[in-house]
Design a protein around this ligand. Structure first.
Ligand code: HEC
Length: 127
């Protein structure tokens, strides 16, 4: 009786296929990998804040040029050094005599926390 060895391809073929599939699924999943609160914060930001603070948080949104007071650039050291509580307080109460009005009533506490998480992410990103 002769035992024929299985062709090498039987072993390496499925392994290679598995490796390709794993890599592909990782590549596809990577962009959606933001934590849930940051994803929610992104939605809030795009709806309420982006027009002034800009897509990347540089204070250059389409409405920024009409303001007598420029929207804060979240990349500025003065902004990055602020605590979460300080940012939350500005969002909740607004800044008096400025276009930055209060979002109390528009956003709930969770949405405000989520949008701060998103601002922190933006402030770490480059152009
Ligand atoms: C109408 C334009 C406008 C909109 C809309 C707006 N902002 Fe602002 N924001 C400003 C301006 C102007 C300032 C700067 C006020 C100042 O100089 O004290 C500011 C300041 C801030 C600050 C203080 C940052 C710091 O470092 O002092 C935070 C935080 C902030 N905005 C978050 C938000 C969030 C979150 C939203 C959306 C929910 C939002 N803003 C929507 C104009 C806007």
């Amino acid at each position: 009786m002769t035992l024929s060895r299985p062709p090498l391809l039987w072993v390496t073929g499925p392994l290679a296929l598995a490796a390709v599939l794993l890599t592909a699924s990782w590549l596809v999943a990577a962009p959606a990998d933001l934590p849930e609160d940051v994803m929610m914060g992104k939605k809030v930001y795009e709806q309420h804040c982006q027009k002034c603070h800009g897509e990347g948080g540089w204070g250059d949104g389409p409405q920024a040029q009409w303001q007598y007071l420029p929207p804060v650039n979240f990349h500025a050291p003065s902004s990055r050094l602020k605590s979460d509580d300080e940012l939350i307080s500005v969002i909740e109460h607004g800044v008096i005599f400025s276009p930055m009005h209060s979002f109390r009533g528009t956003l709930n506490a969770t949405e405000i926390q989520d949008v701060v998480a998103y601002i922190r992410l933006l402030s770490q990103r480059g152009r």
